[in-house]
Design a protein around this ligand. Structure first.
Ligand SMILES: NC(=O)c1ccc[n+]([C@@H]2O[C@H](COP(=O)([O-])OP(=O)(O)OC[C@H]3O[C@@H](n4cnc5c(N)ncnc54)[C@H](O)[C@@H]3O)[C@@H](O)[C@H]2O)c1
Length: 248
């Protein structure tokens, strides 16, 4: 047997949200490199030249945008094999004065949209009797972080949503897993990267002694999207340089 074939995504159709930059962009390019046709979904425009890379501008907060995405992908490809729910936002404010607006917006992007899109995509996956959903969680799904109650609450909720969906949809041969990045150098973490004290503090929290790069997520994403992980569902895959496992 050619074991490399187990990691191949040839002829697979994938949707990646929040794919214009950062983690989502790296993951989308990685799935493309493993052979999939990939729909890059974002409110921002970002194009790379590859015949298998497709782009749809859409706001995951808007249900009609999600419906448009799923309809277009299905009409063009006739199937959907992989969904990566990566789009996410973080709004930092003290818990004592955390605004309702920031709470609602974080909920809509980081949790509600994931459920809505997963339901829409699952309709097709159920018909196919196969599919893979990867949800991008966070250290915030495991630990309390300061001044960001909405991010922590909804990433924690997302972690559990994956387990619920994994349980409910296993009978349709749909696998649902969490991919949990540690501190990765992207626009989202730019403020702490730019501050030398915070940068070093985060670096020292890891066993490997460094921040992650978006490319560090690519291998784990291909693994979870491919047949190489065919007996894995409802799982949390930590890609955090050993942050969570570190004692002293
Ligand atoms: N960077 C990290 O250290 C880190 C750690 C853990 C988890 N994450 C998670 O990884 C994911 C990606 O984060 P990132 O660091 O690449 O951030 P980023 O800000 O660089 O990228 C997020 C992308 O999501 C898109 N997006 C935001 N709101 C959207 C919406 N309503 N509709 C469509 N697209 C939208 C943005 O335009 C952007 O392209 C997020 O879910 C984040 O919570 C990041």
């Amino acid at each position: 047997m050619n074991y490399l074939e187990k990691f191949s995504l040839l002829n697979k159709i994938a949707i990646v949200t929040g794919a214009a930059q950062g983690n989502g962009f790296a993951i989308a390019k990685g799935l493309l490199g493993a052979g999939a046709t990939v729909y890059f979904i974002d409110i921002l425009k970002q194009e790379i030249s590859d015949p298998k890379a497709k782009y749809i501008i859409a706001d995951v907060i808007k249900k009609e945008d999600l419906e448009r995405v799923v309809n277009q992908v299905y009409q063009e490809q006739g199937r959907i094999d992989i969904l990566v729910n990566n789009a996410g936002i973080t709004i930092s404010e003290p818990s004592e004065s955390y605004s309702q607006e920031s709470w609602d917006k974080t909920y809509r992007v980081n949790l509600k949209a994931v459920f809505q899109l997963s339901q829409m995509v699952a309709k097709h996956m159920i018909g196919q009797k196969s599919g893979v959903i990867i949800n991008i969680t966070s250290l915030g799904a495991e630990q309390g972080f300061p001044n960001n109650p909405a991010y922590v609450a909804f990433k924690g909720g997302l972690k559990q949503l994956s387990k619920a969906l994994a349980n409910d949809w296993a009978k349709y041969n749909i696998r649902v897993n969490n991919l949990m990045p540690g501190y990765i150098k992207t626009n989202m973490t730019q403020k702490s990267w730019n501050d030398p004290v915070l940068r070093t503090k985060r670096q020292k929290k890891t066993m490997l002694g460094r921040w992650g790069e978006p490319d560090d997520l690519v291998g784990p994403a291909i693994f979870l999207a491919s047949d190489a992980s065919s007996y894995i569902t409802g799982h949390d895959l930590y890609v955090d340089g050993g942050w969570l496992a570190k004692g002293l």
